[in-house]
Design a binder for this molecule. Structure first.
Ligand code: MN
Length: 216
């Protein structure tokens, strides 16, 4: 059975369940693991949701909402992203995971979406549709170009990192999905597929695709 490494987060349960339904064994990572060996024997990587990336890493002063809640997580996950890129390991990055991927590759973030007055649909408990680029890996995995997504986030991609391509957008223009150019299967979504995957096969399909790619 493939082994999917899952980065440490405050609510691991739904990610674990989605990976198990996809037919893989979750390997929960710890911030105490050395990043150099955390991916040994692993077939795929799931970057989970969480709190904000330190804006100092992309050279911007912190928004008042920024707080260090999980010391060491930024450095650990950025290190893992670089190793996964080097190894062309299949990766599904979710919410904060998308933001970590963008920052690790040199991009920047909008630090507080509610400061942009017409972007108000990304709140907890609100679902919104996402327009996926036809033919993108994420659209192929999901099987539809306009999925309904549980999308709770107060940050989003500002400057897209070189090497990432946009693959999905909310109706207000917020980037909701990206893919690593030239990678076999490294995709990232701004929404939370684990929230609805138990009841929505199109969202579970993202985890299924990660596991399928990890087997090939
Ligand atoms: Mn959203």
């Amino acid at each position: 059975m493939p082994i999917i490494a899952i980065t440490p987060c405050k609510k691991p349960r739904d990610y674990d369940a989605a990976v198990r339904r996809a037919g893989a064994t979750p390997k929960p990572l710890s911030l105490d693991d050395p990043a150099a060996t955390a991916l040994d024997g692993v077939d795929g990587l799931l970057l989970t949701g969480g709190d904000d990336v330190d804006p100092a890493i992309y050279g911007e002063p912190p928004h008042p909402t920024y707080d260090v809640s999980e010391p060491g997580r930024d450095a650990f996950e950025i290190d893992l992203v670089r190793r996964a890129l080097d190894a062309d390991l299949p990766v599904l990055a979710i919410c904060r995971g998308l933001q970590v991927l963008n920052v690790a590759m040199g991009g920047t973030l909008i630090q507080h979406l509610p400061d942009i007055s017409d972007r108000d649909e990304h709140r907890e408990g609100v679902l919104h549709e996402v327009d996926l680029k036809p033919g993108s890996k994420v659209a192929d995995a999901i099987g539809t170009n306009r999925p309904m997504c549980s999308s709770f986030h107060h940050q989003a991609i500002d400057r897209l990192a070189a090497g990432l391509v946009e693959a999905g957008w909310a109706d207000d223009g917020t980037i909701e999905a990206v893919e690593v150019e030239g990678a076999s299967w490294i995709i990232a979504v701004q929404w939370h597929p684990e929230d609805t995957a138990a009841d929505d096969p199109s969202q579970q399909a993202l985890f299924d695709a990660l596991v399928r790619r990890s087997r090939s």
